[in-house]
Ligand binder design. Sequence first.
Ligand SMILES: Nc1ncnc2c1ncn2[C@@H]1O[C@H](COP(=O)(O)OP(=O)(O)OP(=O)(O)O)[C@@H](O)[C@H]1O
Length: 259
Amino acid sequence: MLEVRGLRKVYEGARSVEAVRDLTFAVGKGELVCIVGPSGAGKTTLLKCVAGLLGCTSGSVVLEGETVTGPPPGMAVVFQEYGRSLFPWMTVWQNVERPLKEKRVPKAERRRLVSEALEAVGLADVHHSHPWQLSGGMQQRVAIARAVAYEPHILLMDEPFAAVDAQTRADLEDLVRALWQRLGVTVLFVTHDIDESIYLGQRVIVLSNAPTVVLEEVAVDLPGERDQLATRSDPRFAELRARVYTLVQRAKEGHRPPE
Ligand SMILES: Nc1ncnc2c1ncn2[C@@H]1O[C@H](COP(=O)(O)OP(=O)(O)OP(=O)(O)O)[C@@H](O)[C@H]1O
């Protein structure tokens, strides 16, 4: 589904910054892969390159066999700043419907997709509200509904729950897992939260500090059915958390994989 090959990104300016040095990894169709790494490791940069919002300095991003040169049609992105990603003058319904209008989806089909997506995230009854009338967690669910209604083949999420409280965060994690299982969509999920990466992912890619390379990939061999209490108290969950935590600590200390 997605191949990142030798991706390098240097921000040019008065002082050039090599944010990403050499990233290579692949994500299979229908996989849910998490990316963790130290702050400033280039996670957002990577996601923007994958989303076609930023050009690569060298290397390439190949999605469904096509090199990404701009925002690809089969992709949706959910960012951390839900407040800035929703239009305040539009209702919840209009926000979710907007990308479908741009995609020229016929009206009846739009109505079905928007209503199903709002139902799936539990917001059917507030579709007349405006985003600023909703809590942070609800606004983020609108952003998720908008992404899901678009029926993307791949969903990119950049620390989407960083700004919500812990309780809401747990609910949103379960929502993403449920939608992923139901829709069979491929998900690339960036988080700085190690527990979240293991709870959600089938695989966790740990990045080094900048200039960034892949430090290690960790397979999450937990049962497919996840549960906030049972999964998080599974001894295997604790082992995986210790493994990823140690890797992120090493990344912060500047440890890099052997050449
Ligand atoms: N537009 C830009 N111009 C110049 N440098 C940038 C730009 N955007 C990011 N950088 C630099 O690139 C590096 C990686 O930033 P990026 O935001 O991708 O990291 P991150 O891993 O997402 O960080 P965090 O976890 O703190 O959100 C940082 O050194 C940052 O200062």
